[in-house]
Design a protein around this ligand. Sequence first.
Ligand code: ISE
Length: 332
Amino acid sequence: MGVVGAGGMGSRHARNLLSRGAVVVAVGDNDLERARELAEACGGARVYADGAELIRDRDVEAVVVASPDVTHAHYVLACLEAEKPVFCEKPLATTVEHAEEIVRRELDAGRRRVQVGFQRRYDPEFQALRRAVEEGAVGRPVLFRAWHRNARAAHGPPESNEAVIVNAAIHDLDELRWLSGAEVEVVHSVVGRTVDPSLGQGIFDLQMMQLGLSEGVLAVVELNLSAGYGYEVGVEVVGDRGSLTAGLPSGVVVRRESWCGVAVPPDWLVRFEGAYAAEVASWVDALRSGRPPWPHAWDGYAALRAAWACAEALRTGRAVHLAAQRPPALYA
Ligand code: ISE
C-alpha cells in the first residue's frame, strides 16, 4: 500500500491499514519531515515528496489518498491510469467535472477501483438507524433533520463558503442519499452570523440547507463551524408513524460538582474512530476478496454535485434544481 498525505487523516488511515494486516511500503507528502515520521511508524516505508511518483512505484499495489482536497482528483486519476485501486478521502474531487471524469474512466474500464471515505456509512449507530428505516420501523420517512457541528472551523479559516460545503457538508449530503435512498432534487441555503471573527470577511460559520429529495422526502441540515462546545453529528428521521434519532450524546454518565452529563467528543477523529477503522478494513477485505469497493465513485460524484448546488443556492440566494440522474449499472 501507499499513503499520499501524511497529516492527521493519512496517519489514521495508515494505522488502520496496519491493524488490518496490510503493509505500507510508501508514504508521500510534500512535507518530507511529516512523511518520514509516518514512514518510520509504518516500519520503514519509502518516502516520496510527490504523490504521483508514489503511485507509479511498482511495489505500491493500492493507494490511500488523504492529501488536501484540491489534489484528490489528480491522484485518483493517476491511480486509475496506473490501474491501481484507490481509497480517496472525501471529497472525491473539488469540481463536478473532475468527479465526472473519474466516473467516466471507471465506466470505460468497466471496473470499480475507487472507494470514497464517507465514514459515517460505517458507523454502527448510523447503520442501525438505516436498518430501522429500511425495516419500516417508523413508516415512510418524510423528513430528515441533520446536524453537523464543529467546535471551531476545523482546518483554520476556510478559503470560501463553497470550500466549507465541499469539505464538510458533503458528508451530510452523502448521509441523506444513503439513509433515504433518494436523490437530491432541489436545495436552498440560508447562511448565518459569523461567530468566529478569525474566519474572515464573508465566511459564514452557520449554514442551514433545506433540501427536497425524490419521493417527496424533505431534509434540513445544520452545518455549524463554531458550535464552541465540541463535535456532534446526528440525524432525526421523521416517518409517518414515528421518528428515529442517531448521534445523540451517549456514554458514561458523570455526576460531580453540581453537574451531570456525558462527554462530547472534541473532533471527528475521536467521534468516528471506529468508523474510520471499519471503512479501511472493509476496503482491505474488498481488495483481498475481489468485492467491489463501497461507497463508490458515483456516490462521491452525486454528493459533490449536490454540494455545488448548495454552493450556488448560497451564492444566488435562490433555490437550485438538479436534473434527475440514475447511476449507471456499474454502480447499482
Ligand atoms: C472534516 O474534514 C471531516 O471530514 C469531518 O468528518 C467533518 O465533520 C468536518 O466538518 C470536516 O471539516
